[in-house]
Design a protein around this ligand. Sequence first.
Ligand code: ATP
Ligand code: MG
Length: 335
Amino acid sequence: SNKILEVKNLVTGYQGKDGFVKAVDGVSFDLEKGETICIVGESGSGKSVTSMSIMRLVEFENGKILDGQILFCGEELSKKSNEEMRQIRGSKISMIFQEPLTALNPVFTIGKQITEAILFHRSTGKKEAWQRAEELVRLVGISDPKQRLKQYPHELSGGMRQRVMIAIALASEPDLLIADEPTTALDVTIEAQILELLRSLREERGMSIMLITHDIGVAAEMAKRIIIMYAGKVMEVAETKDLFDQPLHPYSKGLLESVPRMAGERGVPLKSIIGSIPRLNEVPPGCRFSPRCPFATKKCNQQEPALETRGTRQVACWHVDELIEKDLLAINTEG
Ligand code: ATP
Ligand code: MG
């Protein structure tokens, strides 16, 4: 099969202060070799929990995978021992974390941490590893690599640390890169440079990328397919061009309308979706988006729609046919 990753009905829960909650509740998607897929959704929709589940890191922070399967190159990750999983994380799957400070070890220099990631993956001399580290640091847009490699994480700015994290994630030449908001902390120029680097690694090495972002503009630029998540569920999966032509879920429409259409105008939403994402212990019955959906009916408030396949796409909405017919899903960015 050409699939590098298959996530099937993933359910991940956390023991929180207000009881046990499901942060991801039945998420399925797959990723082909050399493909980039983006996961988009508002804060709290379960994007990071999905990626931490794939990495099998949720149990390290009071979480638990409750159901579902995660296949990496056809092999089920839940069947791997902790040691096998550690090997996979150090070589085949890399992740760029959303919180870069906590992910770097404060007691080692940047250079030591990058060269270790290189040496974990291939046996090469220390000198070569150090040269490769310099090269990687330069590739992520750090201009004085020799000096930087001698520094400790706390000596770097947030944006600089994020770039070091990216260099570490790429050091092992992974087959699958999970990048959780990799460029949010960076300025636009560096962001463009990093995205270009990821694109070239995909093209030259066939690396597969699962990119998590708030920024649907970045998703459009990077991904062949986009997954729209809301409150722990997948609302829509579509090829990027199809999604922009015609979203099939009212939430997707809301997201598309809430971003500036033209590049270079970051952060000035034209419209926003009224209301906010529910807390996990207060997930509404029926469709989770229904309290915020302008088209919701009684049925939506009572019964949860399944994610259904329509040609190359998938959507979870009771009224999709009717909304298409009445042309109510067209994106409107005026005012
Ligand atoms: P953002 O865009 O802000 O990064 P996200 O989509 O990545 O959001 P997640 O971090 O996946 O959201 O969180 C989904 C839900 O799971 C949130 O309600 C969050 O509070 C909850 N959650 C995440 N980690 C934990 C944890 N360790 N303990 C309890 N709840 C958690
Ligand atoms: Mg997150």
